[in-house]
Structure formats: C-alpha cells, structure tokens
Design a protein around this ligand. Structure first.
Ligand code: SAH
Ligand code: SF4
Length: 358
C-alpha cells in the first residue's frame, strides 16, 4: 500500500479533523464526499483553492474509476472498478424490492437496494468452487477503497444520501483476512455526518476464519455476520474450502455462539448447493443438528457454474426438498434468487469475463 496515495475516504471525520484545519472545512469536505459524492477537488466549490491544492498533494478524492458495467434484466448492476494501480475488482448494485405506487401513481414505497462490496483484489482462501480464487491473491483493499465502492455506486445510481441502503461484504476477497481495513470502513460508513449506514445495515460474509470472527465480535461494531458454511462435514468442507483444516466446522460454530448478536436477529448461514456433493437430505439432516443451539437462518445458494469448473448447478427439485426439510425441522430457510444470473453476477465472475474478452 505504501506507494499508493491515500484518499479522503480513508479517514473518519475525527481523523480528518486532525489533518485539516479549520474544523468547519472538514464538515464541508465531508458533505462533498458523502452527500454530493464529489469525484474531484474541482467539485468542491466552497473550499479555498489553496487548501484544495495542499490536500491534492497528499490525498485523492476517490480512488476508483468505473471500468465496466453490466446491467441485468432484474435491475442488478455489476461494476468492474479500477483502482489507482490499475488493478480491478467488483461491486454489485442489487435491487431487493421494487418501487410500489398507488392507483394515482404516487410512490408509497421506494425501491430498496443492497450494495455488495469487495474487500480484497483476489483472495487467499482458495475455495475450489470460487472464480475469485482462481486468480490468486493480489492485495488488500484500503478502508477508503472499500468505502469508495459505495460512494461510487450511489453516485452512479443517483441514490441520495438519506435513502436507506444495505451493505454486504460478499464481493471479492475474504473480509476477515483484511480485518483492520474492514473495521475502519465499517466505522466510516457509520459516521452520522457521512453516509450514516448503521451496523445493522452491514453484513460481513466470511468463509469462517474462526479466530477472526472472535476478533470482529470483540470490536463490537454492531454488524451482522454471514457464515459461508457450504458443507456439514469437515471432509467435504476441506475439499471446498482448504483452510477448513485450520478452522474446522466445530471451531466456527463455537465462534458464532460467542459473537455479539442483536437478540432480535439471526446469524445467516450460507449453504452453496452443488449437485451430487451436498444436495442430499442426509446433509440437510446434519445441518439441522449442527445448528440446533444457534439462532440461525439458512440461505441456500445455487452453485453458479462457469467454464472450466467440475461442479454442477443443483436441480430446482433438490433445492426445494432440501429447503422443505430444513423448514419442517424448525429452521428458517430461504433460497437466494440468482440475481443477475444473465450477467454472471456471482463472486469474481465479471472480472473473469472481461479478462477473457481481452
Ligand atoms: N469470502 C467471503 C465473501 C465473498 S464470497 C465468503 O466466502 O463468504 C461471497 C459468496 O459467494 C460466498 O458465500 C461464496 O460461497 C459465494 N460464491 C462463490 N462462488 C460462487 C459460485 N460459483 N456460485 C455461487 N456462489 C458463489
Ligand atoms: Fe475467497 Fe470467499 Fe471466494 Fe472462498 S468464496 S475464495 S473465501 S472470495
């Protein structure tokens, strides 16, 4: 990171107050960054030229450029974003609820969106089913590069600062493998005078680094966690997620039990369903047993195939019977609708597609 210039998005408001004087300028700059989504110092009309020049020497305004964009018929927009060193990663704009209008055409419920952000370029975990893993690991994203994804997507979709948005850390990379920058980004998102996105609106998805789940819990940031479980026995899980050998299923379950969770909420367990691997009712039965003592909900995900993978997408019938088994045995369970399936919106897939077309 040392050769890269930091951006104004790398700092909390308090930190900026230490870097920039007088303090009211920080308020104005914060407004430009998080209310107006400024792209450059030129946008910041009420900031003196001398201060802008001084800041420009040390800090970028936003470290990202939109390199490519693909829009799905369901409203999902997948962005390929370029960093200042030319590396690329992805963020996805997901439409969760449609806008609703009454008979007179008056909007009574605005559309609801979630932004899926990346935390690393590539990933070290090396899951055998994941396209991101195929490219190996390049580098961590800074807090500002994580924050910039949300600013950039909100700006591109003209989404006003006061409209609610949820963040899921489910793009490229393993968030807990970049814990310090992740925690900083979470804090910056929460800033009252910034984007004001509370911990309750942020979900960290992890492949299960159990010791880091504990660390995230100790930071008490108020975020949700989602565990990418995908298998109910260590043998298969270690085949799918090699680092399961160091952080086995039991250690993850124990860490989840220690994690501070809002009593009204549940921990999400993601279960990627792969045909003939983990789509049988025997696995469903073991899953119920594994989650007995946890306030859990399960999200079943269809494996999204890509060229060169040996794994196959499960049938709808098998998905539904798996779901019914869990529900009949007292677990909350949803099937993730494959948003953006026509634009390959699963983890790492746009980046690979663009690379393949070059
Ligand atoms: N590293 C974190 C977050 C990023 S991955 C984690 O693993 O949880 C986000 C989600 O995408 C994970 O649940 C992962 O299992 C899923 N995913 C990866 N490859 C996929 C594919 N080919 N089809 C469907 N989901 C996939
Ligand atoms: Fe990394 Fe998550 Fe992909 Fe596994 S599924 S390789 S942890 S991004």
């Amino acid at each position: 990171m040392s050769t890269l210039k930091p951006s104004l998005l790398d700092y909390t408001q308090k930190e900026l107050t230490e870097l920039i004087k007088p303090a009211f300028r920080v308020k104005q700059i914060y407004n430009w960054l998080y209310h107006q989504y400024a792209e450059s110092y030129d946008d910041m009309k009420n900031i003196p030229k001398a201060l802008k020049e001084e800041l420009a020497e040390k800090y970028l305004v936003n470290p990202l450029k939109i390199a490519n964009k693909e829009e799905s018929t369901d409203g999902t927009i997948k962005y390929l974003l370029e960093l200042q060193d030319g590396k690329t990663m992805e963020a996805v704009w997901l439409k969760m609820k449609d806008e609703l209008k009454d008979e007179d055409g008056v909007v009574y419920q605005e559309a609801r969106y979630t932004i899926c952000v990346s935390t690393q370029v590539g990933c070290k975990v090396g899951c055998t089913f994941c396209l991101t893993a195929k490219g190996g690991f390049t580098r961590d994203l800074s807090a500002g590069e994580i924050v910039a994804q949300v600013v950039t997507l909100k700006r591109d979709n003209n989404h006003k600062r006061n409209r609610k948005i949820n963040i899921v850390y489910m793009g490229m990379g393993e968030p807990l493998d970049n814990l310090n920058n992740l925690a900083k980004a979470i804090e910056i998102f929460k800033e009252d005078e910034g984007l004001c996105i509370g911990g309750k609106r942020q979900t960290v998805s992890t492949s299960g680094l159990s010791t880091k789940i504990d660390k995230l819990g100790e930071m008490d940031l108020g975020v949700h966690i989602a565990i990418s479980l995908h298998a109910v026995d260590d043998e298969l899980r270690s085949e799918l997620i090699p680092m399961n050998k160091a952080h086995n299923i039991n250690s993850i379950i124990e860490a989840v039990k220690r994690f501070p969770i809002d009593t009204r909420k549940r921990v999400m367990f993601e279960y990627l369903v792969i045909k003939d691997k983990n789509d049988d009712l025997g696995s469903a039965k073991k899953l119920v047993k594994l989650l007995t003592d946890i306030k859990a909900k399960v999200n079943l995900i269809y494996f999204n195939p890509y060229p060169g993978t040996e794994y196959k997408r499960p049938t709808k019938a098998d998905m539904v019977s798996f779901q019914e088994y869990l529900i009949n045995h007292g677990l909350l369970c949803t099937i993730r609708d494959s948003k953006g399936i026509d634009i390959s919106a699963a983890c790492g897939q746009l980046k690979e597609k663009v690379a393949g077309e070059e």
